[in-house]
Design a protein around this ligand. Structure first.
Ligand code: G3H
Length: 199
C-alpha cells in the first residue's frame, strides 16, 4: 500500500538561535538527521507484488534547509515554492522575543488568533492552508510513495488536512524536529500514522 512520509528539515542555523524565517543552512545536528534519514526510511518502504521496492519521490520546498535535508535520499526530487515556510514578512529573521519587544501589538494579535493572524507584508496560517491546495491535490492523485521535507507551519497544515483536524487546531499541531511522520491510508479513506524519532 502507498505511504506518505512527512518530515521537517533538520535543525537549521536559524533554529539554533531561535530566529524565524530566513534561508539558513543546516546546523550540525540537522546534518546528522539528513544523513540518518535514508536508513530511517528505507526499512519502511513497502514492496510491490513482485517484491520490488515501490517508486518514491521526494518533495522539498525551495529553501536550503529542506533541500539539504533531502540530499542523501536516493530518489527523484521535486521543489515546490508552495511548500516554503509561512512568510513572516517584516518579522522575518527575528526571534519571538524580538517581536514581543519591538511589536507588542503584533505579538498579542498573533497569540489571540494564530490561525488568522497575518504577519505585516507576510502570511497567515489561513494563507498557507490555501496555497497548499495544489500540493495536497497532487499528493492525493500521486500513485507513488511521497516524502515531503517541509517546514513546521506547512507540515501542520498538511497533517491537519490528512488527519481531518479542526482548522483552529492546525497552528499548534505537534510536528517535532528530527522525526519522520508516516501516514498510511486506511480502506475507509482515513489515515493511520506513526511518529518515528531519530534513533
Ligand atoms: O516561522 C516558522 C515557524 O516554523 C512557525 O512556527 O507558527 O509556531 O510561529 P509558529
Amino acid at each position: 500500500a502507498r505511504r506518505i512520509w512527512l518530515t521537517r528539515h533538520g535543525q537549521s542555523e536559524f533554529n539554533l538561535v531561535e530566529r524565524i524565517g530566513g534561508d539558513s543552512n543546516l546546523a550540525p545536528a540537522g546534518e546528522v538527521y539528513a544523513r540518518c534519514l535514508p536508513d530511517m526510511l528505507i526499512g519502511r518502504l513497502p514492496l510491490t507484488d513482485d517484491e520490488q521496492c515501490v517508486p518514491v519521490s521526494v518533495w522539498t520546498s525551495t529553501l536550503r534547509r529542506t533541500i539539504q535535508t533531502a540530499r542523501y535520499l536516493p530518489f527523484p526530487k521535486l521543489r515546490w515554492k508552495a511548500l516554503d515556510e509561512i512568510q513572516a514578512g517584516t518579522c522575518d529573521g527575528l526571534t519571538y522575543e524580538d517581536i514581543a519587544r519591538q511589536s507588542p501589538d503584533e505579538f498579542a494579535a498573533r497569540s489571540k488568533d494564530k490561525l488568522r493572524y497575518r504577519y505585516p507584508a507576510g502570511e497567515s496560517y489561513m494563507d498557507v492552508i490555501q496555497r497548499l491546495e495544489p500540493v495536497i491535490i497532487e499528493m492525493e492523485r500521486e500513485k507513488e510513495c511521497i516524502v515531503v521535507v517541509g517546514h513546521q507551519a506547512v507540515l501542520r497544515a498538511i497533517l491537519g488536512y490528512f488527519m481531518a483536524k479542526p482548522l483552529a487546531s492546525i497552528p499548534t499541531l505537534d510536528v517535532p524536529l528530527h522525526t519522520l511522520i508516516e501516514l498510511r491510508p486506511r480502506p475507509d479513506g482515513t489515515m493511520d500514522f506513526d511518529y518515528i524519532p531519530l534513533p
